[in-house]
Design a protein around this ligand. Sequence first.
Ligand code: ATP
Ligand code: FE2
Length: 324
Amino acid sequence: MNVLGLEGTAWNLSAALVDEDDVVVEENAIYVPARGGIHPREAAQHHAEHMLPVVKAVLDMAEDEDLSIDGVAFSQGPGLGPCLRTVATAARALSLRYGVPLMGVNHCVAHIEVGKWKTGARDPVILYVSGGNSQVLALRRGRYRIFGETLDISVGNALDKFARRAGLPHPGGPKIEEMAREADEYVPLPYVVKGMDFSFTGLSTAAAEALRKHDLTDVCSSLQETAFAMLVEVTERAMAHAEKNEVLLAGGVGANRRLQEMLDIMCDERGARFYVPERRFMGDNGSMIAYTGLLMQKSGVEISLAESKVRPGYRTDEVEVVWV
Ligand code: ATP
Ligand code: FE2
């Protein structure tokens, strides 16, 4: 069985075809803002312009290999409204064209499912950290329950905002990681964990202000150390609460080596297993949507055209995970 998946909630327009075992093909078109952060309508325009070549590359490959298209999946939310609508329109058309089921996938759930698929994690606590989301989750009674999450902005957004104020290019995360390697002094910054939740706005602002007195590399490193320590603390407590002994890292910020190292140490100390997917499956990708769509279709979870409206505020714990 082969499912075609479309992702385009924010910066990456991505189409992929997967079967039960692996990714058959994936094609991407990346939107890079001219300046500043992501502009929703510009990003949607980008996706509309690139939709045809991106989808066609995947369909051509399927045709060459004589592969059937048995279902169409798209990220229904959460994400930027204009981007979601562009992708949903294409997905509806493809589902009609091939006469196959349509699956509306929750983008956050897709980050989790592709991670489990690609690492073999079975029942982990998930640390999902990206530009739009920061959550600690675990499966309980058929849903990915949110044990802890950000009270304001996501950790990726905090890194990107700081980077902009420091004059670094977007996205800031990778650049900050690079600069942090040259650091030699620790700058104390606000560490905010409230119950099981965390907050990053104050930290991002304080880091930007610290630039007046401290070296950029030192601030980059201290920003990472502080933010990641908060995430690791909550992840560890969720493991105790939920009684799980696996951790899965998901989302674009998960590409960060220092975050991986800190989680690895924590898991090692608890005798738990730590799973990190390959980098291409951490940030937004069409394969994660296609694969989650395949799981849904196999469990009979499909939607009608009337139900295919986009859901910009779609929460992870709204999804009934009937396929596990
Ligand atoms: P979502 O819709 O799931 O919130 P997203 O649109 O933010 O996803 P992702 O690719 O999951 O997209 O995450 C992008 C974020 O990851 C950006 O904030 C970027 O700065 C951050 N990021 C990417 N690489 C690194 C890295 N090496 N270190 C830290 N942050 C990183
Ligand atoms: Fe994402």
